[in-house]
Structure formats: C-alpha cells, structure tokens
Ligand binder design. Structure first.
Ligand SMILES: C[S@@+](CC[C@H](N)C(=O)[O-])C[C@H]1O[C@@H](n2cnc3c(N)ncnc32)[C@H](O)[C@@H]1O
Length: 265
C-alpha cells in the first residue's frame, strides 16, 4: 500500500504519487489550519524560529507548497536570497505558483536532500520541515545540511512525536489494520530520536516543542485528510460514515498533536 512506501525509501512513490503535486499536502494543511487549538499557529511558530535578518541566504529543503513563506511574504527581510527546493518537480511547481501569487521572491530548484547542489558554507539559515523521515539516507542528508551551512549558521529541522495524530491513526487502523505510517515516520526520525541523529553532525541541538491539538468539527475536512493517505476506497467509505456519526453525536472529533523542531548549530 502507498502509505507504507512513505517511509521505507520508495522515492518514486513519494515523488510521483504522494507528493506528485500539492493536492494531498493541501488537505493535510487545511485540517491543521482550521481546527488547531494553539492560536499562535504552526507556521508563525516555525517562521519566528528562523530568526531571519536582512541579506541572508536561506535554503528550504523539501519545501512542499512553500506554505511557511507564502504565509509570511511581507515579513521576509529585505535582500533575503531564498532558495526553495524539493525533490518533486510537481510539488515545486505548486510552490512556485503559490509563491508567485503571494509575491514571495525566491529561486526554485529540484533537489534531493541527500545531495544538495550548494557550495560548502554558503547558507545562513536552513529549514527542513517534516521531510527527514522520508529520506532513506538521513545521515547523508544531515551531513549535507551541516556542509552547506556557514559557521554560526542555523538549521531548523521540524518533525512529529510518537503521539502525533494518534487518535486519527487508531481510527485508520481500525478500518485498515495494515496501516503503518505514523509509527514508521516517527521511528525513522521523530522528536524522540531526532536529536541523537542530528548530533552526529551538529555541535548544538536543542528541541523546541509546539503544544497543540485538533478539535475537528467538519467531517468532510477530516475525510479529505484520510483520503490523502492513499487508503483502499472501502476503508475510506467506512471511516467517512464513522467520522460523520462521531461528529454528529459529540459535536467534535478531538485529535492529539505532537510536533516540534530541533534548532541545530
Ligand atoms: C510532509 S511534506 C512537508 C513540506 C513542507 N516542508 C512543509 O512543512 O509544509 C514533505 C516534503 O518533502 C519532500 N521530500 C521527500 N523526500 C525528499 C528528499 N529526499 N529530498 C527533497 N525533498 C524531499 C516531498 O516531496 C514533500 O514536498
């Protein structure tokens, strides 16, 4: 099944199906944006941590739809040289469209995290958000992050913890018992084991958690998220019925979140 190939190193599936364009990612971002409890918001939290200053070279690895940038188009300091990169050409097209629409000035490059086409010590701030768990050779990618950063540069690496969306994944497993995505992703690179992996290349690694949860009141939005995981149609139909009933009865479907970042120097 598709979702098992998310974390076991099937780059073609990731590049062409799951992240072939921005559509599936959009359904996930929509759920978080509409129903998250923390009023700060994940993207403002992430953007603040980058601590950007004018004139810096900034590299986003696995940029997806460039959401953190399109949401902060006006706050990007003057003279920032922003590089948005992703290994999916379709995803990068989506990033380019969104960025152009919001007036974000950037360079776009198809690039694999395991081999960054940047000179040594050429980047001031690097962002790798919710992407390292997809990378087959994480040590190589992390070494690349270190290599391209200038001395004193900052890498912000975001991921999830084991409790992230566990009620949603329990629901999926109830109707589709083979489901493995959540455990696999956080086992590969999660809040619990990410610091150890990053410390092989970085001297300082600090974990910063983002407290949050979801109170979902619109069944359709949750079903769109479930559909983005490439599950069998009959299982999705059963989950659709179940979610609608739960929200009709209780008014809400609450889901835990556990996300955060590592600040690496
Ligand atoms: C969950 S999305 C996160 C996107 C974005 N960073 C965000 O936080 O919204 C993961 C992204 O990583 C990209 N990706 C996966 N493996 C990659 C690799 N080896 N090199 C570069 N990008 C990769 C995918 O194409 C996808 O856009």
């Amino acid at each position: 099944m598709g979702q098992q190939r998310l974390i076991d190193g099937d780059p073609a599936y990731l590049r062409e199906v799951q992240y072939g364009d921005g559509e599936k990612l959009a359904a996930r971002i929509e759920l978080h944006e509409r129903f998250s409890r923390n009023p700060v918001g994940w993207h403002p939290f992430l953007f603040d941590l980058l601590g950007l200053a004018p004139g810096q070279t900034v590299l986003d690895v696995g940029c997806g739809k460039a959401t953190v940038w399109t949401k902060h188009a006006r706050a990007i300091p003057e003279g920032t040289k922003l590089w948005l990169t992703d290994f999916s050409e379709g995803m990068l097209d989506s990033a380019r469209d969104e960025a152009t629409m919001r007036g974000v000035v950037a360079q776009f490059r198809v690039m694999d995290a395991q081999q960054l086409s940047f000179p040594d010590q050429s980047v001031d701030v690097l962002l790798a958000a919710h992407m390292l768990y997809h990378v087959p050779d994480r040590d190589a990618a992390i070494a690349e992050f270190r290599r391209v950063l200038r001395p004193g540069g900052l890498a912000i690496v975001a991921t999830n913890g084991k409790q992230h969306l566990h009620e949603l994944f329990d629901l999926v497993r109830r109707f589709h018992p083979d489901f493995e995505l959540d455990a696999g992703a956080t086992e590969a690179f999660g809040l619990e084991n990410g610091a150890e992996q990053l410390s092989r290349a970085f001297d300082e690694v600090e974990r910063v958690d983002y407290e949050d949860g979801l109170d979902v009141t619109d069944a359709s939005a949750l079903v769109r998220y479930i559909e983005s995981m490439d599950l069998p149609a009959d299982a999705v139909a059963q989950m659709d019925d179940y979610v609608r009933q739960r929200i009709e009865q209780n008014g809400v479907f609450s889901i835990s979140k556990q996300a955060g970042v590592f600040r690496c120097k």
